[in-house]
Design a protein around this ligand. Structure first.
Ligand SMILES: [Cu+2]
Length: 335
């Protein structure tokens, strides 16, 4: 029998839903993993609160009991070493420390043990956006997942350290460049929840947020089947989707506002474009193609040193680049 079961009986029950967050300290528990984590948190919280109270009460009592006017200036009158007392105040807290470890470790092992049947979604983090890649190749900036299914997310970073953090799921996992890491969760609560990057990754770090959208399974399947095939869309529409999912939007607005990179949308198609080396090129298909596939070849004036990632050539195929060009052309004002 679990030696801590008796203590546990006095604590909030281990269950999902609001039940394990009596002080309402956390976002709603939207995954089956959340209740355990909240429960461990509250266990440590209540034990710490009780210890604080006990220590404060004891301090006040001793201040009064051994006050100077009572014992005078004779320290030899105060009690000396007591083995009994020392054993008590070492052994009892030690039991609690072991319990903290035990329940924390149990939860940790559960997090690290990815269920065999989990549905796998690949995630890429980069400065400053997320891309989620589904088994059929579809890419998305927001994470859509089926409700009621174990989902494992394989995380990788294209540049620096990021951290995949979904507070409502109580899931947080560092994304380390140069290796894959996995995390998993299961949500039974359709809805939308915030997803953050929890590792400072550069000046736009706070913009690196997305949503987790939990859909009923049938709706998820329908969405996935429909969005997988971009070639049925007009090229500029397909390009718009790629523009959003490949992360272009993180650095290029479409209303002309300059952010990390030049804003698009107010550059007339074909107009001369000033480059950092003083030359000019027309803002057209060839320039955009080269800017995407080899961003360092021609750098727009005012954007040195260039921070546009140089690895889109590996991520995008020719057709996708064509669609992107069609989209950028469609939002560029006619000359
Ligand atoms: Cu980040």
């Amino acid at each position: 029998m679990n030696p801590f079961a008796a203590i546990m009986a006095f604590l909030p029950p281990q269950q999902s839903g609001r039940g394990s967050d009596p002080l309402d300290m956390f976002p709603p528990e939207a995954s089956v993993n959340a209740a355990n984590s909240d429960w461990v948190y509250y266990f440590i919280f209540w034990v710490s609160a009780a210890s604080l109270l006990l220590i404060c009460l004891a301090t006040i009592y001793f201040m009064w009991r051994y006050r100077r006017s009572r014992v005078g200036l004779h320290p030899e009158d105060s009690p000396h070493h007591s083995t009994k007392l020392e054993v008590v105040w070492s052994v009892i807290p030690a039991f609690f420390l072991v319990a903290f470890f035990w329940y924390g470790f149990e939860d940790y092992v559960d997090r690290r043990t990815i269920p065999q049947d989990a549905y796998e979604i690949k995630a890429q983090a980069r400065k400053w956006s997320w891309t989620f890649i589904y088994p059929n190749g579809h890419k998305e900036n927001h994470l859509r997942v089926p409700a009621g299914k174990n989902v494992k997310v394989r995380l990788e970073s294209a540049d620096v350290l990021h951290s995949f953090y979904v507070p409502a799921f109580r899931v947080k996992m560092d994304v380390v460049p140069g290796r894959y890491v996995w995390t998993w969760f299961r949500s039974d609560s359709p809805g939308e929840y915030p997803l953050f990057c929890a590792e400072y990754c550069g000046d736009q770090h706070s913009q690196m947020d997305a949503r987790v959208i939990v859909l009923p399974e049938a709706e998820f399947e329908k969405w996935l089947a429909e969005s997988g095939d971009l070639s049925s869309l007009p090229p500029e529409k397909a390009g718009e989707k790629i523009y959003q999912t490949a992360g272009c939007l993180a650095c290029h607005t479409t209303n002309g506002v300059r952010t990390v990179g030049p804003g698009f949308g107010d550059i007339p198609w074909g107009a001369p474009r000033k480059l950092a080396d003083g030359s000019t090129v027309p803002f057209d298909e060839n320039y955009i193609r080269e800017s995407i596939l080899d961003p360092n070849a021609q750098i727009a004036e005012g954007f040195t040193p260039n921070v546009m990632p140089a690895n889109f050539a590996e991520q995008l195929n020719d057709e996708q680049v064509d669609w992107l060009i069609a989209y950028i052309e469609s939002i560029s004002q006619a000359d």
